[in-house]
Design a binder for this molecule. Structure first.
Ligand SMILES: Nc1ncnc2c1ncn2[C@@H]1O[C@H](COP(=O)(O)OP(=O)(O)OP(=O)(O)O)[C@@H](O)[C@H]1O
Length: 432
């Protein structure tokens, strides 16, 4: 009996400890569950509260907005005390607005390494910076990401900050021409932001031709509704042809500066350029812009079976220029040194509306160039330069090279010009 009792006793004890374990385990599990729920709930609530208290804008380095927000962030006085920054020397600062490091008018754009808190118009703005890898068409690329979080404030405050940043950047850009080129991934990449070239700096013959072409471009840009009403694609093409160094590219830059248009350059001989990527690039260029195709004769000559340049075919080029994907409001400029080598299909009306021939220097161009180049030069000395250059013998680029080489000595510059003329006459390289 005793043993039995003992057995019962032992069995009870055994079950008690099992209950205790199970109960204890259950309590532990329940507490753990509560802790987890509490933690998640706390996180959710705090995230929710944080989200409700902040307004966030995100910028990726693929987009133009990354530049203007970076330039704006860089103007904040907090960078005067910053201990860790990275510098974007390829980005432009906001001119006199940017006080950069050591209160110097900043040359560069500064960004925090990972995060920084800025104080602006009474609000705290958290700037978070990190990287993101994205994969497109099996090609991975790394992008910078900037997140602006306004603590407190309102959506309208965030929008006003963004507008302020954009306007400041655009104001600094007004006198500049942005130049984009397709990179190896066939993405537009801003390769330069240059001071706009003045139209008067491009010497044309006759002199008023440059004004005429700008008026033509301007009229076109103002005629969107007219083109739509007539059912004509809102595009205009120009062919600039003539010897190298006569000002074809310079004129395109001056037109862009005058009309405040960005320039998109496509190198047709790029082996990575395909029919699809060409059409895609055109589609992704800005609406009011200049598309510049240089030296089109070198990429495609008269079709003779060999019509492939890189992977872009001649028909791919024509389709890209005419296709529905091609951007409206676009000015197409093609340049060539050999007009006669071009396929008539490329320059037919509709693709090329205006043709402009460039020549070597005429007397008037030499006069203007020399007068403008040397500060202390007499009228007689200028005439000596004009007499030294027979019309249509020397390009402006050649004249410029001689003058630059002897910029401090006009007499040596004149001798250099005479030498070049002599060489060219001997070689018979003159259209005169
Ligand atoms: N008509 C011009 N007026 C002012 N500068 C000129 C002119 N022509 C050439 N230049 C100067 O010569 C250099 C080369 O000019 P540019 O590139 O415009 O010539 P291009 O005709 O486009 O040459 P290419 O056919 O080789 O591309 C530039 O530095 C430019 O300033």
């Amino acid at each position: 009996m005793f043993g039995m009792n003992n057995g019962i006793y032992h069995t009870d004890k055994h079950w008690n400890s099992v209950y205790q374990y199970v109960f204890g385990g259950f309590v532990l599990f329940f507490l753990g569950f509560l802790a987890k729920v509490g933690k998640d709930l706390g996180k959710l609530i705090s995230e929710n509260i944080y989200e409700r208290l902040t307004y966030t804008a995100e910028f990726t380095s693929e987009d133009e907005s990354f530049r203007w927000i970076s330039a704006w962030i860089s103007t904040n006085p907090c960078f005067a005390q910053a201990r860790e920054i990275s510098i974007f020397s390829s980005f432009r600062c906001l001119g006199p607005l940017n006080r950069g490091l050591d209160s110097e008018p900043g040359k560069y754009v500064y960004l925090p390494l990972d995060w920084v808190a800025l104080r602006h118009r009474g609000y705290w703005i958290l700037v978070l910076r990190n990287k993101r890898i994205s994969t497109q068409k099996n090609i991975s690329s790394k992008h910078e990401i900037l997140r602006l979080q306004i603590l407190g404030g309102s959506k309208s405050f965030l929008l006003s900050v963004l507008n302020e940043a954009k306007s400041a950047y655009e104001a600094a850009e007004v006198s500049r021409t942005n130049i984009y080129m397709a990179d190896s991934d066939m993405e537009w990449n801003k390769i330069a932001s240059r001071m706009a070239r003045s139209l008067s700096s491009v010497l044309m013959w006759p002199a008023d031709r440059a004004d005429g072409i700008v008026q033509d471009c301007s009229r076109f840009l103002d005629s969107e509704i007219w083109y739509a009403s007539k059912g004509i694609p809102w595009r205009r093409g120009y062919l600039l042809y003539g010897p190298p160094g006569t000002g074809k590219t310079s004129l395109v830059c001056a037109i862009a500066g005058e009309l405040k248009l960005p320039i998109y350059i496509v190198t047709l001989s790029n082996p990575k350029l395909t029919d699809d990527s060409f059409a895609d690039l055109l589609n992704r260029s800005a609406t009011r812009s200049i598309l510049l195709l240089e030296d089109v004769d070198a990429a495609f000559q008269q079709r003779s079976g060999q019509e492939v340049s890189g992977s872009l075919t001649f028909s791919g080029l024509l389709n890209g220029l005419d296709g529905v994907a091609s951007q409206e409001g676009r000015l197409l400029f093609m340049t060539t040194n050999h007009r006669e080598k071009l396929d008539p299909a490329l320059v037919r009306p509709g693709r090329v509306d205006v043709e402009l021939e460039f020549f070597c220097c005429m007397k008037e161009q030499v006069r203007k160039y020399v007068e403008n180049f040397f500060n202390n030069i007499t009228g007689d000395e200028v005439e000596e330069f004009c007499d030294a250059v027979p019309p249509n013998t020397v390009t402006v680029a050649e004249l410029q090279a001689c003058l630059l080489l002897h910029r401090d000595n006009k007499y040596e510059a004149l001798s250099a010009v005479k030498k070049v003329v002599q060489q060219k006459l001997q070689l018979g390289e003159t259209s005169f």
